[in-house]
Design a protein around this ligand. Structure first.
Ligand code: ACO
Length: 328
């Protein structure tokens, strides 16, 4: 029995932070950001009383409404995030409370930008094992909460948002989540991290003064690794499943940099018309980028029974991987 996606949804906060807005507070330019990253604007969750759980709950409510099921039919909620509302309780438990999913258990999964891919593959195991019937997988991030808006090398890249899917058992073996390949390499950890606020460096006046509570990255190193890893895993999935470029209806890549997306598509031999791109509008929303792309494809009616999709991601950890799915 394969897991199939039966509902998709997304939530983007209304407030837009454009490159031109950033030009006013940073030594940067719209031209630099657009040409180096492909980003024109990103969304920011402005209300200080709202965070990742708020956005994920909006997604969760849409998922059940679109599917026409009630919250108490949900068995499990997995939230992929690296910007949880708090270290504990989990953001997934907050979502479970907010939507009154009284029969669901819930947990967070930490996979940074690959969080959604990791979570979707994890969730599928509960479906294929036959123990769960309805599992929600949501990627949500309030990246603005971990940005240093005086650092032009990071703050221009990220935005806030959430999106997710409901998965259920499919009716046949040939549709749904057909293959997945996930990787980790902890040796890349120092190149992309938030050093403070955990048990190693609990928050103190000193950690805050040193800005250890903000995301830090060596962009060049991450870029080099991401280009190779995303293309390699996409090719691996194609080879393992005897897929040619013509067979792929959509590549859904993590949205970190338009140049990484292009390089991945080129390696696979597919045209950009078969690649979902929304980095121009939302920037890098980490675990939310892939489900946002998926929800947009679904909303615009581009997914049909039999559509072949490849989802690929790369993120902090390092974490990376891909999923091959055939739309039901
Ligand atoms: N505006 C203007 N100039 C800038 C800016 C900016 N916003 N940011 C950097 N620069 C400058 C740099 O200071 C540097 O100047 P110098 O040559 O005088 O030193 C110059 O631009 C070039 O800097 P690079 O870092 O070499 O620029 P690059 O072309 O590599 O682009 C970028 C930087 C966009 C960060 C790119 O490396 C990238 O996309 N990296 C990957 C990011 C990523 O994939 N993250 C992974 C997932 S995220 C997750 O898991 C959370």
């Amino acid at each position: 029995m394969k897991a199939v996606i039966t509902s998709t949804a997304k939530y983007l906060p209304e407030s837009v932070l454009s490159n031109h807005d950033l030009e006013k507070i940073l030594d940067t330019s719209d031209e630099w950001i657009r040409t180096r990253t492909g980003i024109c604007e990103r969304r920011i969750l402005k209300d200080p009383e709202q965070a990742t759980a708020h956005m994920c709950s909006k997604v969760a409510l849409q998922l059940i409404e679109k599917r026409g099921v009630s919250a108490d039919e949900i068995d499990l909620i997995i939230v992929a995030t690296m910007t949880p509302d708090m270290i504990f309780p989990s953001t997934a438990c907050l979502v479970q409370k907010n939507i009154h999913a009284s029969n669901a258990w819930a947990f967070d999964l930490s996979g940074a930008c690959s969080g959604f891919i990791y979570a979707l593959h994890t969730a599928a195991q509960f479906i294929t094992a036959g123990t769960h019937k309805k599992v929600m997988v949501i990627g949500g991030e309030k990246m603005s909460a971990v940005m240093d808006y005086t650092d032009r090398t990071t703050s221009v890249l990220f935005g806030d948002g959430a999106a997710g899917v409901l998965i259920e058992p499919g009716t046949d073996e040939n549709h749904g989540l057909l293959d997945a390949k996930l990787y980790s390499d902890g040796n890349g950890g120092d190149n992309l991290c938030m050093p403070g606020g955990g048990s190693l460096r609990p928050t103190t006046h000193e950690t805050v003064a040193q800005k250890l509570h903000y995301l830090q990255q060596d962009g060049r190193q991450v870029f080099k690794s991401a280009v190779v890893a995303m293309a390699d895993v996409a090719m691996e999935l194609m080879t393992r499943n005897n897929l040619t470029a013509e067979d792929i209806d959509f590549l859904i890549p993590h949205q970190a940099n338009h140049r990484i997306i292009q390089a991945t598509a080129e390696r696979m031999g597919i045209g950009l018309e078969h690649v979902t791109v929304n980095i121009d509008r939302y920037g890098n929303t980490s675990a939310a980028t892939i489900p946002i792309c998926l929800a947009e494809l679904d909303e615009t009616g581009k997914l049909h029974r039999g559509s072949n999709l490849i989802l690929v991601s790369f993120g902090a950890g390092y974490t990376w991987g891909g999923i091959y799915l055939k739309w039901q």
